[in-house]
Design a protein around this ligand. Structure first.
Ligand code: DAH
Length: 361
């Protein structure tokens, strides 16, 4: 390279660097530009200086140095200028910021229909002095059957197709074992409800699932009668539906209650005219219930001569279907978001589940 070419090269470096300056919007961008178009080519120029004839080096070196100084000043000025502008912009935004404007609306989560009805049942029942308790989903034969007056040879076992576990335990077929655990833990008098997931080895169709939810209820005290049972059941349904729903009470057999009842409600899907959800009957079994069998009280260490009680096993999944008009039970476990219930559609005050929650042993 000769001297003229070198001087031209230095000019090119200077021009290339300067044209890009106005395009930089941040200090980092300016520094990157400086590194790319100034520092690197000038360092390269310094190396090329050595390839020039000795007599040309002084002039070339001077030109390189002056270009470097000019460019450094130029970039320093540009960075200062940009900083000032950014500060001014920030001030302008701050000046237009109005802290009294309401914040953006944050979307609230929605509830699964089963959770929604569970919370409502908890609201009504805790209002009546019931405590919410839990229980394990893996149960023993004793709690799920034996202590509920269903011994090993009892035909009632056939009505609850059971998922047996290899250790002899089982997936609870209903929430009724929570009755036993509550009695053994708290004794009488007692008022508890136990919502929870249950499992049965069922063929799945529009109204049967192998995984479903119930709420168990148990009240034990002195002098409890069927009149108390019916009053509480009516109040619960009226509160849940916010109107009087058409119900019928018929005898039902469950080994752990005597007498036992089936409380059916008129099918909300077909208005009682018959559909696949109610198996064309117009009625849905929603609230089986009865007076606690003396044997069950004895298993719970409660003296049946002193105390009586009633129990119920509300079909939470069916209730959700009736309340929200969901015709097919399979939708509930499918992740289909059409069924979700915005929290503001809950009746009564909005609560985050129930605060009174105890887990018996
Ligand atoms: N556990 C029964 C079932 O799943 C339902 C039931 C019936 C529960 C009567 C009760 C009751 O507490 O009193 O089929």
């Amino acid at each position: 390279m000769n001297l003229d070419a070198f001087l031209q090269h230095v000019k090119d470096i200077e021009r290339d660097a300067v044209v890009e300056i106005p395009n930089c919007r941040t200090v980092d961008a300016l520094r990157a530009l400086e590194a790319r178009h100034v520092k690197a080519p000038l360092a390269e120029g310094l190396k090329q200086l050595k390839t020039l004839p000795a007599e040309a080096r002084a002039e070339a070196g001077k030109a390189l140095n002056e270009a470097k100084q000019r460019l450094t000043q130029r970039f320093d000025a540009a960075i200062d200028d940009l900083k000032q502008r950014l500060i001014a912009d920030e001030r302008a935004v701050a000046a237009t910021y109005d802290p009294t404007i309401p914040g953006p609306v944050v979307p609230r989560g929605a509830l699964h229909p089963v959770t929604a009805v569970q919370w409502e049942v908890e609201r009504v029942m805790t209002g009546l002095g019931f405590t919410v308790v839990g229980g394990p989903e893996m149960e023993t034969d004793f709690h799920n059957f034996e202590a509920l007056n269903i011994p090993a040879t009892h035909p009632a076992r056939d009505t609850m197709d059971t998922f047996w576990l290899t250790n002899g335990w089982l997936l609870r077929t209903h929430t009724s074992p929570c009755q036993v655990r509550a009695m053994l833990t708290y004794g009488a008098p007692l008022r508890v409800i136990a919502p929870g997931r249950c499992f049965r080895y069922e063929t799945i169709d529009a109204s049967h699932e192998n995984t479903f939810f119930q709420v168990e209820g148990l009240l034990i005290d002195h002098g409890i009668s069927i009149a108390h049972l019916i009053a509480v059941m009516r109040l619960l349904l009226r509160e849940l539906f916010q109107r009087d729903v058409k119900v019928r009470l018929r005898p039902g057999f469950f080994p752990f209650v005597e007498p036992g009842f089936e409380l059916d409600m008129s099918c909300e899907i077909c208005a009682g005219t018959g559909c696949p959800t109610c198996k064309q009957s117009g009625w849905v079994e929603i609230l089986p219930c009865g007076m606690v069998h003396p044997n069950v009280l004895r298993y719970g260490n409660i003296d049946p001569h002193e105390f009586t009680g009633f129990a119920f096993g509300l079909g939470l999944t069916r209730l959700a279907m009736m309340k929200y008009g969901i015709a097919d039970i399979r939708i509930l476990n499918s992740g289909d978001l059409r069924g979700i219930v915005p929290q503001n559609r809950l009746t009564g005050p909005q609560i985050g589940g129930c605060s009174v929650r105890k887990n018996p042993a």
